[in-house]
Every structure is written in C-alpha cells, then in structure tokens.
Design a protein around this ligand. Structure first.
Ligand code: SIN
Length: 280
C-alpha cells in the first residue's frame, strides 16, 4: 500500500483540478482514496498526468470507488476484461459522441463516475470538454428553478446510439434488440446529488428526447434553451490530452464533449465506468 501526499490544483472556479503526488501504478492506501474521492466531489472532474497504467491497474483503481459497470453495449471491449471499453477513432471522421452528454442516462441508474485513460493521442486536437451542471443550475433564475423543479424528461438509447448501430451490418436488428434492453427512461430534470446534496441540471443533447409534462412545442423550446445554457463557457474546463493522462469525472453533475477536430488521426482511449444510483 502506498500513502501519498496528494496535491489538488484547481483549474477553474466551478470545475476541474489536477491531482499531483499520486502514482496509479501502485495500490493506494485508504487515506489516499478518501482524498481523491473528496477532490472529485469538490471539483467534478480530476486529472492525473503521466500515469502509465495497465488495463488491470485501471480496473483496480476504478474498483476502489465502487462497482464497475457491465460492458458497454456499443464501444469496443478489451480482451483482458470486457468492462474496459475501447474508445477509438482512426482513419475516419466519426459523429458518435459528438454531443454534450453524461454517460448512459438512458439507464435507470446512470453511471456514477467515468475513468478515461489516454493511450494514443492525435498530434493536435481531440480535447475533451467538461461542464458543471451545478453551475448551470445555480445560474438559473428562481422562477426558472421553480418551473423545472417537478419536471421529468425521457432519455433514449436510440437517440444517442441509433445512427452508429444502424450503419453496422445487421444494425437494424441489433438496434431492435438493444431498444428492448434499454427502453426509454424518465429522470428528473433537476437531480439532487446523493453525496453532496447539491442540485444540478440533468438533461443532455445526446440522450434526452423530451420533457414529459409539456407539449411537444413547449418541450422543444425549453430543451433548446437548457441545451444552450448548459454549454456556457464559464461552466466549463477543457482538457488537452497527453499520452497516459487519466480523467475521472462525476457523471452525476457534469456533461462532457469529445471534440472531433483531428480528422483521420488515431485517438485511442480506455474507459471504465462505475455503477450509479437512480437520480432523484
Ligand atoms: C466519453 O464520452 O466518455 C469519451 C470522451 C472522450 O473520448 O474524450
């Protein structure tokens, strides 16, 4: 067990910190894990630099913070352990994931946290942007907060992944099966964080189709306003990757966006996600 003196260097008032003084190739002691968890809750996304971890070490680190989610239904799966997703782009300009989102909000219990490790980084571009949904909620006026407080929204697997899955061979049939496994799911538009008690906005462009209690016209106008609001630059931090960086974000109170600005260059990331709870 290794005990570290952990340094937390904040990157912006609302979101993001770099964690120094930790070697993730080692098994960390409980005190270090507690400090990292606190840094995550305080900063929403934390970055570790120069961590040449193996897939096993990645999984072992994730496991210290909760149960690891089952294999992702669309991303590639690592030979070593299918729960380690391979997020890779090479030689094509893709459109998957090209929207602000939080992970798997089409599930009844969306991901608690995601841990992304950079393996191959393009010469330029390929940054990931993160936005604080606490800051987005806090910036709303009191009447808008009151209006949103009792609303729920539907999140759809098909909206996020339909195009990607359907263009694969046998994609329509596969999509039919996946839609049965992941039927549309309702969540509150404003959720309360189970650990901090803070409120955050919980809708995203990738998976949210409509607000259940409103007419179609009202829902699309309100979602358009919220989708613009949640991407306000002041709520964000942007990470420029180097090889062997690791980002750990709190998926319950953030959105992220993977910039697809690196053309045909190769980008390879490994991701492990943690089981979350039902948003309330
Ligand atoms: C993700 O959406 O979890 C991946 C983000 C990235 O590849 O930068």
């Amino acid at each position: 067990m290794v005990s570290n003196h952990i340094e937390v260097c904040s990157l912006s008032p609302h979101i993001g910190a770099v964690i120094r003084g930790v070697d993730l190739t080692q098994t960390l002691d409980e005190q270090s894990i507690c400090e990292i968890r606190k840094a995550l809750l305080d900063n929403l996304v934390i970055f570790f630099e120069d961590q040449a971890i193996s897939p096993d070490q990645h999984l072992a680190f994730a496991q210290r913070f909760g149960d690891i989610e089952e294999p992702h239904p669309v991303f590639g799966q690592h030979d070593r352990d299918a729960r380690l997703s391979i997020i890779e782009s090479r030689g094509r300009v893709g459109d998957d994931d090209h929207e602000w989102h939080s992970d798997v909000t089409y599930q009844s219990k969306p991901t608690m946290g995601s841990i992304l490790h950079s393996r191959i980084i393009p010469p330029s571009g390929g940054d990931t942007l993160f936005s604080s949904m606490y800051a987005a909620y806090d910036a709303l006026t009191a009447p808008m907060k009151a209006f949103l407080s009792d609303l729920t929204a539907t999140h759809s697997f098909e909206l996020g992944w339909g195009k990607t899955v359907r263009r694969q061979e046998g994609g329509d049939e596969r999509m039919h099966k996946l839609n049965a496994v992941f039927p549309p799911m309702s969540h509150p538009v404003v959720r309360t964080h189970p650990e901090t008690g803070r409120k955050s906005l919980f809708v995203n462009q990738y998976y949210t189709t409509h607000i259940n209690e409103l007419s179609e016209r009202e829902s699309s106008a309100v979602l358009k306003m919220l989708f613009e609001h949640i991407t306000t630059p002041e709520f964000q931090v942007r990470h420029r990757w180097k090889q062997n960086d690791l980002a750990f974000w709190d998926n319950r109170a953030t959105l992220h966006y993977a910039a697809r600005d690196y053309g045909l260059e190769h980008r390879l990331m490994h991701r492990v996600t943690l089981v979350g709870d039902k948003p309330v």
